[in-house]
Design a protein around this ligand. Structure first.
Ligand code: MRU
Length: 342
């Protein structure tokens, strides 16, 4: 399984596997400043809700290491928290680092003490996320049958977390328990997280995977080629409405039509109980160039406007279960989520 977020304690920098260049090249990006972190988040060097939370935490460490304290440190923290709007893990991670800073003090007499405490917190968050994914896997593996083909959308794997993955963690755990599982990875236009990243990390782990165009979903389901759907999440509201990569909602509608179980896999750090439903989840709009071009090659006529919403919200009524690190939640979700978060 791939490890892709490394804090280098000697060189005082964060090394990130560059997900923009996979699967063709395994290149690393070195982040030394909070600005480097914001850029890595916005350009999707690193992506996936839990992974961007962990990266943000290390970004707060870099801000303190570069001499930040008081107002300057707060400005850097807020810039990191605002780098991407949809995944709640990002802001939650920065909130956690703020609490540590507040405990030590805004203007500590010994800056090394603050830096050390922030480093410990970021390392703890990274370890906690990897452990949460393994628990999600353990709970979710029971929902897959030997011989199942599981369709997934986007990449909710080791690359999107501190390791093991959420949706792919469920697959990994089922395979580890001796179940024969095949994965269909939706391509996931326009950034191709499925075709590039899910296919890459599963093939690397010798888990059978096949890529399909996003618009093949209905046919694949109609042909009986899909037994379960497992996807990740970027933010889950108090009633279970779930934001995830654009296209997830459509897959869920199809799953209901074809009577196929549709599971969301996510750690408790992805829940946002402050939002009663998905209507309040901010949906990121990304640069149109992601849609109009592939590399340098332009695909669409110049000056024709395009949409590039990066996420959509699947209503809770289309979700069969939410697999969390605290267990499998079933409808009615509002009560189940409140209980898990308590
Ligand atoms: O834009 P991205 O690649 O950050 O979107 C990622 C997703 O939508 C994932 O499915 C989600 O973050 C869950 S990752 C465990």
């Amino acid at each position: 399984m791939v490890a892709h977020i490394f804090f280098d304690h000697d060189d005082k920098c964060l090394r990130l596997l560059d997900q923009r260049r996979l699967p063709l090249e395994e290149a690393w990006v070195v982040c030394r400043t909070p600005e480097d972190i914001v850029s890595a988040l916005q350009t999707m060097v690193v992506r996936g809700a839990p992974a961007i939370g962990v990266t943000a935490a290390w970004g707060c460490v870099l801000a303190a290491l570069r001499g930040g304290s008081g107002d300057a440190l707060e400005v850097a923290f807020e810039r990191i928290a605002a780098a991407r709007p949809t995944a709640v893990n990002l802001r939650l991670a920065v909130e956690r680092m703020r609490r540590v800073r507040n405990t030590v003090g805004q203007h500590p007499a010994d800056p090394a003490a603050l830096q050390g405490r922030l480093m410990d917190e970021a390392a703890a968050m990274q370890a906690e996320d990897a452990a949460a994914c393994e628990r999600i896997g353990r709970f979710g593996a029971q929902l897959l049958e030997n011989g199942d083909t599981v369709l997934t959308h986007c990449n909710a794997g080791a690359l999107a977390t501190a390791g093991y993955g959420t949706a792919l963690g469920v697959v990994r755990a089922a395979v580890d328990r001796g179940k024969r599982i095949t994965v269909i990875a939706d391509e996931t236009r326009p950034f191709l997280q499925g075709a590039r990243l899910t296919a890459w990390e599963l093939a690397r782990d010798n888990i059978p995977v096949r890529v399909a165009c996003d618009n093949a979903c209905a046919l694949l389901m109609a042909k009986g080629l899909v037994q379960r759907i497992v996807v990740g999440a970027d933010r889950i509201a108090a009633n279970g409405d779930t934001a995830n990569k654009i296209g997830t909602f459509g897959v869920a509608v199809l799953a209901r039509y074809f009577n196929i179980p549709f599971y969301v896999a996510a750690p408790l750090t992805t829940f946002d109980p402050s939002l009663p439903d998905g209507g309040g989840i901010p949906i990121e709009e990304r640069p149109v160039r992601e849609v109009t071009h592939i590399g340098a090659q332009q695909l669409t006529p110049a000056n024709v406007p395009v949409y590039n919403f990066a996420f959509d919200v699947t209503p809770a009524t289309l979700i069969s279960a939410i697999i969390t690190d605290a267990g499998v939640l079933r409808p009615p979700f509002a009560a189940a989520i409140a209980g898990a978060l308590a």
